[in-house]
Design a protein around this ligand. Structure first.
Ligand code: FES
Length: 248
């Protein structure tokens, strides 16, 4: 395949970025999108140019590091992570736009790399359980009803990639934050911090400058792990419950 790539280039956080156009040839349909970018970078290095900076780690769809807006869609045309997107989703001769996540809470660091440490600070605010140290308890010592276990597991699938924020016209992090709250709040292990978790994590989310939710649903559509939109309603219910309890 021969492709034309229009890639966002930005030297650093303070520089003004712009789209640059590159031609790449000899791309196999079996390559992942990141392997295609590796090919572009080899070409740029051989020509003595600066390679395109982009985030990646596992390249297996599990770490959440990869983060590209491809032709206007977070993670591209398939419902998967950028690293699991393959070139068979494109046609020979295509022109493809490649941009970083666009959200004020995710400032560009360089080229296609953005700073997602705001997510880390939301997790630090309450996305954990307090557990006594020592050996792990027997797995069945704390019974969890099957529907609660399923609910927790569904939300624990969030890999924190930030596609929800990038896809949202408001730059809202409600889907990410709700997934991280819900998967702990429903479990007995998460009960001791149930109220402080939701209040502190939502407050931190607001402090980081993420936008509000207007239920456009783009977040759930873009999520490569299928975190459902009602996750946000469940978080709001937890927040109201915790607020009422704090007032009492
Ligand atoms: S690089 Fe780990 S999910 Fe894509």
């Amino acid at each position: 395949m021969k492709l034309t790539l229009r890639v966002w280039r930005q030297k650093n956080a303070d520089a003004t970025g712009a789209m640059s156009t590159y031609e790449v040839d000899g791309i196999s349909q079996d390559m992942s999108f990141l392997e295609m970018l590796d090919t572009l970078n080899e070409q740029l290095i051989l020509a003595g140019d600066d390679p395109v900076a982009f985030d990646h780690d596992c390249r297996e769809g599990i770490c959440g590091a990869c983060s590209l807006v491809i032709d206007g869609d977070a993670h591209g045309p398939e419902r998967t992570t950028t690293c699991q997107l393959h070139m068979r989703s494109f046609e020979d001769g295509d022109t493809i736009d490649v941009e970083p996540w666009r959200a004020s809470a995710f400032p560009v660091v360089k080229d296609l790399v953005v700073d997602r440490s705001a997510f880390d600070r939301i997790i630090q605010a309450g996305g954990y359980i307090s557990a006594p140290t020592g050996t792990a308890p027997e797995a069945h010592a704390t019974p969890v009803p099957k529907p609660d276990a399923d609910f927790a597991f569904e939300h624990a699938e969030c890999i924190g990639c930030g596609a929800c924020v990038a896809a949202c016209p408001n730059g809202s992090a409600m889907l990410f934050t709700s997934a991280k709250i819900n998967h702990l709040n429903v479990l007995p292990q998460g009960a001791p911090e149930r109220e402080t978790r939701v209040l502190d994590m939502v407050a931190q989310m607001d402090d980081e400058g993420f936008g509000g939710c207007t239920l456009t649903g783009e977040c759930a559509t873009a999520c490569p792990k299928g975190i459902p939109l009602p996750s946000i309603a469940a978080m709001n219910k937890e927040w109201l419950r915790a607020t009422r309890k704090a007032r009492r």
